[in-house]
Design a protein around this ligand. Sequence first.
Ligand code: DOR
Ligand code: ZN
Length: 346
Amino acid sequence: MTRTSLTIRQPDDWHLHLRDGAMMEGVLPHSAAHFARAIIMPNLVPPVVTALDAAKYRDRILTALPEGTDFEPLMTLYLTEDTDPADVKAGADSGLVKAVKLYPAGATTNSASGVADFDRVRGVLEMMADTGLPLCVHGEVTRPEVDIFDREAVFIEEVLDPIRRTTPGLRVVMEHITTSEAADYVATGGDDLVATITIQHLMLDRNAMLVGGIRPHYYCLPILKRGSHREAMVRAATSGDPTYFLGTDSAPHSKDTKENACGCAGCFTAPVALSCLAEVFDEAGALDHLEGFASRHGPAFYGQPVNDREITLEKGDPIEFPGQIETEAGPVTVFNPGRPVHWRVL
Ligand code: DOR
Ligand code: ZN
């Protein structure tokens, strides 16, 4: 019998961009409507570097939450070459800081303050290995001669593997993986290495972005890869393996900055993420593994309880995609995979 209803523990989003100010006010309700908690990315301008920055940012998020919404922002710090290990440790000990984010300098949106010389962050990484604080990694090299489609695979070999070898015990989330190389590497990494996967990398390949016209709303980083890599993402996500869990990387940019001669990277998936995810798991015949991927594997890695509340998804006629949402920072186009999605969150 085909399944038309599914009740699971409430999901969390283990990789989310909320931005700040008017944009945050516009997008936050869409994550809070579905997710109980989210790991909040620190790539603001200026970035969230110190525990004090994170405490202030958390307060701004909580203030912007719609009345009566229960949503817990899990704060991260942006790793720079000047990050003070003692400040990070104090932030983690207080319960405020849940992870540290590594952006290789220049890898993506607002990553100019990221790390170029890894020797300069040794002290922070060693403290994190001692205390168990996770490192969230944007896994792409930035050397100009490396092809954009190869940047993730090269990062594993040149950066991530060496860091893990020289820092035993370091707990790493390889974020938004996009390649079979990454899925395979993470699978062999033991308990200290996990990966998040986005909605767009489960649903789309690079043809969707580039064939028949260029679709800027599918442009994100790491960039969409060929179809065989997308299939590897679906296999990993739907496998039931606790190594993989949901991190949407929902990344809002105003419409004019996406539809631009030099458009920004990011897909705004938050409003439709769970509908799309259920569609992917349903197609793969893996609805039984949806709760693990969306609601259980992430908390297990981050040492958090599974959410008490439940949500129900129902299958029916294709959902109406919202097109765009309005914010005081301009309209933001909502991700649309370009094919019918039949699951809705009740
Ligand atoms: O597509 C992306 N957008 N990838 C990232 O790594 C950053 C994000 C953003 O902040 O817009
Ligand atoms: Zn991101």
